[in-house]
Design a protein around this ligand. Structure first.
Ligand SMILES: [Zn+2]
Length: 458
């Protein structure tokens, strides 16, 4: 047992001991009152120099006095290892350095070969450890389970099933070579007949009653022992199949992103675009015709700019891509009223409101998650998007479906209630409010809106 313990410890080597990772460290103590025991871990990059007393900050600083500026910090050890990391975690709007940094980090060029080696070394150890733990658990359950075989009385059945005598006869028969005499053939056949007859004993048999009683006892004991748990041995192979699928997915780490205009997209965007139109967006040249309308990365995250850009696009088919502060990427394709998608409304209502509702021939709008690789088609009769043109500094801005994705003008405290206007039945979702952004309330840190050319859709 001790040996097993030592083995597992080895699997959990601290990161520093792995040959490929050398952590950059520097020991500076925070000078803020009451923080003298804390090491400086951040550098504040807030543009105004008079709002922060010291640019060298510790965890207590960014949780306490400088919590308003916690989005504006660089992580010290990240800059020490590469100065291009300085704006990696910030989102300064309208700043060219930030724009460059976003694109640079989107490309993940700060990842080194050593980082990849380290990642896989960790992964390997973790997988071996998990498999080892899994084996232990299965063996433990099986030990308990196996008692059924040892403790439950099945002697009467054992007697009927007993093939031992026949086995000897069969061996003897086999020794007689490829052409046994008719007499031998008949003899072995008679013996087998006798055996088969026992297996099919008549119900009125006296022995049958005894078997019935023993079988009932057996069933009762099985239930007692297992409490209806069953040994689903196939699950081990099934698990392996899933692991192979996941590894196959991991191999696509470097893969095509056709939609180069969107720094927020990932490889799943191909599925999103072909869901809009399979024929058109299988061709790269058509993907390039999708035109950007608004990008917070280039123009700043601002609801007024966004609404201004959307003003002339009432009849356009739109593609929204969001990134939340916890790195979830999701979005929506909103087909316009005249392309037989679902209705889109704008508040306050226009002079002639929605009574021009055309029959919903084809429901084309959908919500999607790039991170989870899922697509949620719109429900029959649901409104795809409600744009609040009258939004102020703290109000609702965009409502996709029926609060399936609700974006505020502050882009903070946004919410999602999936499966209201958009259908999620293709997926197993535990919590409709948490699923899309992995949080009940979330902040949007980036948004891009594109126009899908209508002439290429038919
Ligand atoms: Zn501090």
């Amino acid at each position: 047992m001790e040996q097993v313990q030592a083995y597992n410890e080895n699997l959990h080597l601290p990161y520093q001991q792995l040959p490929t990772k050398k952590q950059k460290k520097i020991k500076i103590y925070c000078q803020e009152y009451g923080h003298r025991d804390q090491k400086v871990e951040y550098i504040s990059l807030t543009p105004e120099s008079d709002v922060v007393k010291s640019r060298l900050q510790c965890i207590k600083c960014i949780n306490g006095p400088y919590s308003h500026f916690r989005q504006d910090v660089a992580i010290l050890k990240e800059i020490l290892s590469d100065s291009l990391n300085v704006l990696k975690n910030t989102q300064f709007q309208g700043n060219l350095c930030q724009e460059f940094s976003n694109l640079y980090h989107y490309l993940n060029l700060d990842v080194t070969k050593d980082d990849i080696e380290f990642k896989f070394a960790t992964l390997k150890k973790e997988i071996v450890y998990q498999i080892e733990e899994c084996k232990k658990e299965v063996l433990k359950s099986y030990d308990e389970y196996y008692q059924i075989k040892e403790k439950i009385e099945i002697s009467d059945f054992r007697e009927i099933f007993n093939f031992e005598d026949l086995k000897k006869e069969l061996y003897k028969y086999a020794q007689k070579g490829p052409n046994p005499s008719p007499r031998d053939q008949k003899q072995i056949n008679d013996q087998l007949n006798e055996y088969v007859k026992k297996l099919h004993a008549k119900e009125q048999d006296k022995q049958q009653e005894r078997l019935q009683t023993q079988f009932e006892k057996f069933k009762k004991k099985v239930n007692e022992f297992t409490q209806k748990n069953c040994f689903h041995y196939y699950k081990i192979d099934q698990g392996m199949e899933s692991i192979q699928k996941i590894i196959k997915e991991m191999k696509t780490t470097f893969s095509q992103n056709l939609f180069t205009q969107s720094e927020l997209s990932n490889d799943f965007i191909t599925d999103v675009l072909t869901t809009i139109n399979q024929k058109v967006y299988s061709e790269t040249s058509n993907v390039e015709k999708i035109t950007p309308i608004y990008s917070s990365i280039h123009e700043g995250l601002n609801y007024k700019i966004m609404l201004e850009k959307l003003k002339g696009e009432g009849k356009s088919d739109l593609l929204f891509i969001f990134k939340s502060s916890n790195s979830q990427r999701f979005g929506a394709y909103i087909a316009s009223d005249n392309s037989s998608g679902n209705l889109r409304t704008t508040n306050p209502p226009l002079p002639q409101p929605m009574n021009r509702a055309t029959p919903l021939v084809n429901q084309r709008s959908f919500l999607f998650s790039l991170s989870k690789k899922e697509i949620y088609p719109i429900k029959q009769g649901a409104t795809s998007l409600n744009i609040n043109q009258a939004a102020n500094d703290n109000s609702e801005l965009l409502n996709f479906g029926n609060n399936d994705l609700n974006i505020k003008s502050t882009f903070k405290q946004c919410k999602s209630q999936l499966n209201s206007g958009f259908n999620t039945s293709n997926y197993q979702i535990g919590n409709y409010e948490m699923h899309l952004a992995n949080a009940l309330e979330f902040e949007i840190i980036a948004l891009q809106i594109f126009k899908i050319p209508q002439e290429t859709q038919k």
